[in-house]
Ligand binder design. Structure first.
Ligand SMILES: Cc1ncc(C[n+]2csc(CCOP(=O)(O)OP(=O)(O)O)c2C)c(N)n1
Length: 271
């Protein structure tokens, strides 16, 4: 297990660098929420999910939906590191003719199962996919990552209700609980607490973890797979901008990349 953890942690560090380089080169994008989400995305693709980068449309694959689609730099970096497309493509992020648009597009990017970006919709799509898999007797699992600000969207709660009504234990949602949204703290803009109780009251199993502690992340993903009869929500307590001291918890880096000088400073911290 120590070897696995070591490998995942070093992958996370690499992905953090990709995120910062690609957003700075593009002069746009969302580094903060990509950095909070990425340890979990790394754990999903390099530890938990059944998938095959050589065959992105493999019918038995597990699926991941990045409902907070603006964190695309994290997803693209992980997909590239898995081998879905060349790592050199990352630097074309947000170029006019690039496959790597600001928000993930299923038609363009190998490995992206669902196009996202309009917040609030990913869990509903995941519920449909999970229900479809159950009806067809397929064993694959659906993972959906939501932002905490995103849960202010009413559609999220319709999906939450449906998932527990149908006892969809083949779906696991992960809440990137970084406590910040586009222009302030979630609790100032539109309080979401008590968030774990809300999901429990909607009939979900709820696991609370530190979303940057790889050991806890892996344990929660394993536990979620064992829990039967209801969907599982992993509330992952995270930090926006995690990994770079001057970005951590700073709202400004939600949708603003680092300058070239800041990038140099940041990369020194990620050696
Ligand atoms: C329906 C919709 N409304 C508004 C936006 C613009 N928007 C992009 S990111 C964001 C904030 C999301 O906050 P949160 O879900 O907490 O994301 P995180 O802080 O984890 O990046 C908003 C409002 C959007 N993408 N979709």
């Amino acid at each position: 297990m120590d070897e696995v953890l070591k490998r995942l942690k070093s992958k996370s560090k690499l992905v953090r660098k990709h995120i910062l380089e690609m957003t700075t080169k593009a002069c746009s994008g969302h580094p903060g929420g990509s950095m909070s989400a990425l340890d979990i995305i790394v754990a999903l693709y390099f530890y938990k999910m059944r998938h095959d980068p050589k065959n992105p449309e493999w019918e038995e694959r597990d699926s991941f939906i990045l409902s907070k689609g603006h964190a695309s730099p994290a997803l693209y970096s992980v997909l590239a590191e898995c081998g879905y497309f060349p790592i050199e493509k990352l630097i074309t992020f947000r170029d006019i003719d690039s496959i790597l648009e600001g928000h993930p597009c299923r038609k363009l990017v190998p490995g992206v199962d669902v196009s996202t970006g309009s917040l609030g919709q990913g869990l509903s799509i995941g519920v449909g996919m999970a229900l479809g898999a159950r009806i067809k007797g397929e064993g694959h699992r659906i993972y959906v990552m939501l932002g905490d600000g995103e849960t202010q969207e009413g559609q999220v709660w319709e999906a939450a209700m449906a998932a527990s009504h149908y006892r969809l234990d083949n779906i696991c949602a992960i809440l990137d609980r970084n406590s910040l949204q586009i222009d302030g703290s979630t609790e100032e803009v539109m309080g979401v607490e008590p968030i774990a109780d809300k999901w429990s009251s909607f009939g979900w199993n709820v696991l609370n973890i530190d979303g940057h502690d790889m050991k806890e992340v892996l344990r929660a993903l394993d536990e979620a797979e064992m829990l039967k009869g209801a969907p599982t929500m992993i509330v992952a307590h995270t930090t926006k901008g995690k990994g770079v001291s001057f970005m951590e918890g700073v709202c400004e880096f939600h949708g603003k990349p680092l300058t070239k000088d800041q990038l140099c400073e940041a990369l020194k911290e990620l050696i």
